[in-house]
Design a protein around this ligand. Structure first.
Ligand code: FES
Length: 345
């Protein structure tokens, strides 16, 4: 798991003025919409006594911790402590980490790290997806590490999911593929032949197995957690969130005409893949190799979160957070952070 990347954490329709908790990178985040509609992501850990802000509510532009009523603005600063006597200022230590948040391609993204804007690796350019994409969404949880899930879905044959989930569990035949690797992404273009499918006559009396036509397809993988799949006018975005080092949650957005209809079968299609994803084996395909290379580069830059140390040293304390940009950008706050930063590999 890696800090200092843009992580999509939720689909557009999961986030509202009622705060929600998202667990990812073995951290907890609270997501909500401000009264002006802008989505915001904060650490979910109240610095007072560790309450979950996601159990709270909004009052104006502030999120209110339900335990003792501390109120935090979207930049993470506490602006009201109800128990304080009139005139007693709010201490500077009363702040939580607030992450730069952008809504794009149908997801709410947070920059989970402390790099300045100019130092950050840009958010991926999902060129086939409208920036204000809306569509059918859903999610599925796997008992598998997220590098395995990404290797599984990074394969071009999974592009057929964007076309017709009727082929659940079957493997499409890849006829040709051209794979291009970039620093933080991998693009595979080619053509696939989905498995034969059953065609039913007009009156539903006759069913026969027919060849599926060969079709152009595209599957891309974007570090740290995104795969996209396109066939014809069907575009599917999958984000694979590491809940912890053993569990992954995949959320999807289907951008396609009649996407609600196909979305019904997509959930079943993904469920059908469970035995493959959770087999305990990581596919050794080009996506897996590219992803491993990107992981190594992230670690070389000091961005790899040391999950094992967190589990060993901080078990049940939840006392570490991914640092936000304000930790480096505002020197006068340097001593004001109550919670420790996640250790890195
Ligand atoms: S734990 Fe949040 S206000 Fe006390």
């Amino acid at each position: 798991m890696y800090k200092n990347f843009w992580w999509p954490l939720a689909t557009y329709n999961e986030v509202s003025n009622k705060p929600i908790r998202v667990t990812a990178l073995q951290q907890e985040f609270v997501l909500y919409r401000l009264p002006n509609g802008k989505a915001q992501v904060l650490s979910d850990l109240c610095v007072h006594r560790g309450g979950a802000l996601s159990d709270g509510w909004l009052e104006g532009n502030c999120i209110v911790c339900p335990y003792h009523g501390w109120q935090f603005t979207d930049d993470g600063a506490c602006v009201k402590i109800p128990a304080n006597l009139t005139g007693v200022p709010v201490p500077r230590k009363a702040r939580v980490d607030s992450y730069p948040t952008v809504e794009k391609y149908g997801f709410v993204w947070a920059f989970l790290g402390d790099l300045s804007e100019t130092e950050r690796i840009p958010m991926p350019n999902l060129s086939a997806i409208p920036t204000d994409a809306k569509g059918a969404t859903g999610n599925i949880t796997w008992q598998a590490p997220y590098q395995t899930v990404i290797a599984y879905f990074g394969d071009l044959s999974k592009a057929f999911l964007a076309s017709d989930a009727e082929f659940a569990g079957a493997t499409a035949k890849i006829n040709t593929a051209q794979v291009t690797q970039y620093d933080w992404s991998l693009n595979a273009n080619g053509s696939i032949t989905p498995p034969k499918h059953i065609e039913t006559s007009f009156l539903g009396l006759v069913k026969k197995e027919v060849d599926s036509p060969q079709t152009e397809a595209k599957s891309d993988m974007y570090f740290p957690c995104i795969t996209t799949h396109s066939v014809a006018d069907g575009h599917l975005v999958l984000i694979h969130l590491p809940v912890n080092d053993k569990v992954t949650q995949t959320k999807w957005l289907m951008v396609k005409n009649q996407s609600a209809e196909i979305n019904k079968t997509l959930g079943a299609a993904l469920e059908h893949m469970r035995s493959g994803v959770e087999s305990g084996k990581t596919p050794s395909n080009v996506a897996a190799q590219a992803f491993a290379r990107m992981c190594q580069e992230a670690i070389r830059r000091g961005w790899g979160i040391d999950i094992h140390t967190i589990q060993a040293d901080y078990a049940n304390i939840k006392a570490v957070v991914i640092p936000s940009p304000a930790r480096r950008e505002v020197p006068e706050l340097a001593a004001a952070w109550v919670l420790k930063e996640v250790p890195v590999i």
